[in-house]
Design a protein around this ligand. Structure first.
Ligand code: FA5
Length: 342
């Protein structure tokens, strides 16, 4: 191959490129001239046959031809792409004045929203969040909470038993008290324990078989009933507003002594008030009390040295109160018409 054959290859390439008018033809052109098995590579491979004194000039001329062809190809490629864009803009024009399509935004479930409000209020009061398991042993759910086997108070919780003897779905978040105390190992405790509870009870407008509770536990030297009342009242004021009333009644739980229950007054202007509060005007939101000495002992604390208070509240009952919702079953029905209101 002689040096001037590069000129011939170059002009053949430029001619054929001029005739390639679409993307497919351009790709084919590239394969033919500059591809791995293309004409340029083949011509350069003839270097061996070139006399020694002409090798350098042959190589330089070959590279120059390649640069020319590559530049011509790139220019043509850009031109074809630009033409395609212009065509699509004129045949399929974009109307920038059309209104956009709104994105449908998801939202938090009302039960999640109120849980977060509860966390925020208790965080301000210095409480940490601690999570424990939903499947518990009979010991944790009852025994360490001062309810030995056959204790009649076990009937207060309609329990779902599992097929494994001695293992139950927790009926309340109170077994978390034992877990926390054992982990804190004698140090002061101030936590809330949120989570799902399960009860095999008759479903009604106020009771579900699956519902959230938020437990609270404070243990330390000199903790008193006044601290419990102060904490609950401060919480209720923040959650429901200063105009709503809080009522504290004496009650009974095997794991607290003394025990109380706390009610909030149902909105007075709501027509369902009587029906939902069984004519009393109040709805219970939580049970609470001073931690029983036996429970402190089960948690590894000495009741002679420390005292504590605990409470267990129902966030869904609180939502009902806040928004005058007349049926607790609405929460798990996933009816978007209901959920969208929050
Ligand atoms: C208890 O479960 C006790 N463990 C609470 C407690 C904790 C007392 C610590 C003392 C110390 P009770 O069964 O009353 O108590 O439930 C507490 C709250 O959970 C109720 O006030 C209510 O708000 C909510 N709750 C109870 N059962 C249901 C249910 N079936 N559906 C929805 N919420 C419920």
């Amino acid at each position: 191959m002689a040096i001037d054959e590069w000129k011939a290859l170059e002009s053949q390439g430029l001619n054929e490129l001029g005739a390639s008018t679409d993307e497919a033809a351009l790709r084919a052109w590239y394969t033919k001239f500059l591809g791995e098995k293309g004409l340029w590579k083949a011509a350069f491979g003839k270097m061996n046959a070139v006399p020694k004194d002409q090798k350098a000039a042959f190589g330089a001329e070959g590279n120059r031809a390649k640069t020319v062809l590559t530049a011509a190809y790139e220019a043509k490629d850009a031109e074809v792409k630009e033409r395609k864009l212009q065509e699509s803009l004129t045949t399929n024009p974009l109307d920038v004045t059309l209104p956009g399509r709104p994105r449908v935004r998801g939202r938090l479930h009302p039960a999640t929203q109120i849980l977060r409000q509860i966390y925020a209020i208790f965080a301000d009061l210095g409480f940490q969040v601690y999570r424990t398991c939903e499947v518990e042993t009979d010991e944790m759910n009852f025994e360490f909470l001062n309810m030995p086997a056959h204790h009649p108070a076990r009937d207060m919780w309609d329990t779902f038993f599992t097929t494994t003897p001695g293992v139950v779905l927790r009926t309340h978040t109170s077994p978390g008290q034992i877990h926390v105390m054992r982990e804190a190992a004698g140090k002061p405790v101030r936590v809330i324990l949120p989570g799902m509870c399960y009860r095999n009870e008759a479903i009604s407008t106020r009771s579900e078989i699956q519902f959230y509770q938020v437990e609270g536990l404070v243990v330390g030297e000199g903790v008193t009933m006044a601290d419990l009342k102060g904490t609950i009242t401060a919480f209720a004021r923040r959650m429901f507003g200063p105009e709503r009333q809080v009522r504290i009644r004496s009650s009974y739980f095997p794991f607290t002594e003394p025990s109380i229950e706390v009610d909030i007054d149902w909105p007075k202007d709501d027509p369902n008030r009587d029906r939902l509060t069984k004519g009393t005007g109040w709805l219970e939101i939580l049970g609470a009390g001073m931690v029983h000495p036996n429970v402190l002992r089960a948690g590894g604390y000495d009741p002679e040295k420390v005292t504590g208070f605990a409470f267990g509240m129902g966030p869904q009952r609180m939502l009902m109160l806040k928004h005058a919702i007349d049926d607790i079953r609405l929460f798990w029905q996933n009816d978007l018409r209901f959920l969208k209101q929050f």
